[in-house]
Design a protein around this ligand. Sequence first.
Ligand SMILES: [Zn+2]
Length: 463
Amino acid sequence: MNTEATVHEITELSRQEENIPRNWPMNEVDILKSIAENLSERKSTAALNNYEVLCNNIRYVNNLLDEGIEALDMIHGQINSAFQDDAMVTTEFMDQSKRLFHFRKIVPRILLNDISIIRKLILYTQPDDRQGISIENVSALKKTFLDFNNLVTSSRQFIDSLVSDAYQLTLLDPKTTNFQVLTSLRSFNKYATKSIKHGIFNAEVQESLVEFEGLAYNERVRGQESTITKCDKKSFGEKVDFLFDNLGLTAESDFKEEIKNLFSFSSEFTHIGYVSTFFTGSNSREVIFGDNIGPYLPSTENFSELKYEILETATKFYSKIYLPSVISSLRMAIEPSIFRTFENSMNQAITKMISDLKTRNSQYYFFIRQGLIGSNEAIDLTCMCGTIRRWQPPHDLSDIYCNNCGSKFNLLEIEGDPGYVITSSGPIKVIGSSVPDFDDLPLDKQLALLRQCEEKVKEHAKK
Ligand SMILES: [Zn+2]
């Protein structure tokens, strides 16, 4: 009998037993007891993912977000100049008499704030540095309450501020912006010291704040003719729904949930909830794991897993929601011919981020000569990211992935010695065939094959 299966079956059995409550129905003391036990004896956490792959993917996506923010930073200077030039803005923004004139100062300022917030997240989502880590100093990789808290708090600031700012940028509505800024000034004013207040509050702002505080809450949010503020979407969730609708992303309901879930999860951490504090605050000793690079700890890996998830969500949000919202505000404010150049360069950055992100943990198909799997030969599998995986016999089918980008390989076997197959991205060699790689062929042979491809496509089109 297979020992692995036996161990698995035993674990399953004991799990089932554990899941049956001993006292049913449970009373309030039983519940409290289960909480007390769970919050005091942390179960050892299993290493669920491949740490080496996680680190590579974190480095890659962190870089991607960094490039994305550099692109916005570069364009920000030009956007700012355009906003200061009467000839480059649309009528509604043209002079002091126009309702939207003051957004010419506000929009570039919002973008600058967001750039700082995103840079903070980039700083807290760097990959672990594993150089020089040995069994003796592996505890340097241990992740504690402080690490988790900094990571999750910065992602909370990221998602909260960017949703709120994307909402403001999409609307460019004076009353809605007034509401947000005055609400924030009002909180600030409650505790800020005299010298800080002196640096921020000029007489006009003081007057605005007095007027705002003189209004009942209902008057502040309703935005009637006579009032100075308005707030249609009060909660985070309402703003997210609005943004997705506005960008026509109705099919992306899973992604929408992901954004809301990150918000809830990070609230728990930011408000120092019991669960997150307990999870990250344990002082228990950890088992040491190891891979090709060296030793590491389960907390290091858990932390990296979370870091990767946050980075992925943040990068998707930045490219699919935030930048498109910036574009929609520029569309309103900037004269069309100049707007189009901004739109083009921002769309380029968006497309690159989305397609590069898809290369992580992807699925790739390879054609392979029948009989090679299970033979004594090592099989070289070249991933789309360029990394070569040397797949040693016995060829374990559950173990074929790229340890650089985490992509899984699927193999399609072809009989005989098939040479090349024609794919949507051109001819490729069937692994194990007795022909050279397509790229190694002399140019005339390559061209001949490509012509063959073309004819096949034409034949196909005729049918
Ligand atoms: Zn790869």
